[in-house]
Design a protein around this ligand. Structure first.
Ligand SMILES: [Fe+2]
Length: 231
């Protein structure tokens, strides 16, 4: 005689079947997804924003280098932290649909860069000096570079770098929102390449494969960043 399942047993049984199916799907051997050619349209997001793949010219503006070390709060360099930057071109235009001046955007500028810190926690970018732009009447943002820094085990940090000596800094609401004592830590003094020391100039130039060194009229700024470990 056939045993009649109680409702409870039937339910338990169907759960068991469903569970078994899910497990076997997850655990079945799989073939690796086939790799294919990258093609020419992989997003350009290296640490040289002055060189756009497929572009015929250099971007407009003054070339600058910005470098620094990512530390934890104990002062230990953080290696393999991802440092991302984004900024305007020489005319204060972003590469973003939210910026209405897209037609005038400098197509020879990369706008976005990414660098992973080395064993000493060091990162470097080659870019151009961004321009000021108007947010609304009576509010002109000073030139600045946006930063996002992240690494497993640390809180993400989103911040901005400012250029020392720019008269717009003191009038900027965002800059003024930073506690006064902390402003120097995001305000960077860019120095002529000839004044930063030959060893540093050579190591930065080498990083970009520039055998002739840094360009004479370029400036170099150091922006060190401290990130907070996740508790
Ligand atoms: Fe901005």
């Amino acid at each position: 005689m056939k045993k009649k399942f109680t409702r409870r047993e039937a339910l338990a049984g169907s759960f068991l079947v469903a569970g078994t199916a899910a497990t076997s799907e997850a655990q079945a051997a799989k073939s690796v997804t086939p790799a294919q050619t990258e093609g020419p349209f992989y997003p350009d997001m290296d640490n040289d924003l002055t060189r756009v793949q497929g572009a015929k010219k250099k971007p407009a503006g003054k070339f600058i280098y910005v470098h620094g070390t990512v530390y934890d709060k104990e002062g230990k360099p953080v290696e393999r932290a991802v440092v991302e930057i984004w900024q305007t071109d020489n005319n204060g235009i972003y590469n973003h649909a939210g910026d209405p001046r897209q037609a005038d955007r400098d197509v020879n500028f990369q706008f976005f860069g990414r660098c992973v810190t080395d064993k000493k926690g060091h990162y470097t970018f080659k870019t151009i000096k961004p321009a000021a732009y108007g947010v609304r009447e009576n509010w002109q943002r000073p030139p600045h570079i946006h930063y996002k820094v992240y690494r497993r085990g640390f809180e993400d940090l989103t911040t901005q770098l400012y250029f020392a000596g720019d008269p717009l800094n003191a009038k900027d609401g965002i800059y003024n929102n930073i506690p006064k004592k902390d402003r120097p830590s995001v305000t960077v003094d860019f120095k002529p390449a000839a004044q930063i020391g030959s060893d540093l100039a050579k190591s930065i130039a080498d990083g970009f494969g520039q055998k002739k060194g840094l360009e004479k009229d370029t400036t170099v700024g150091r922006f060190d960043i401290v990130i907070n470990a996740v508790a």
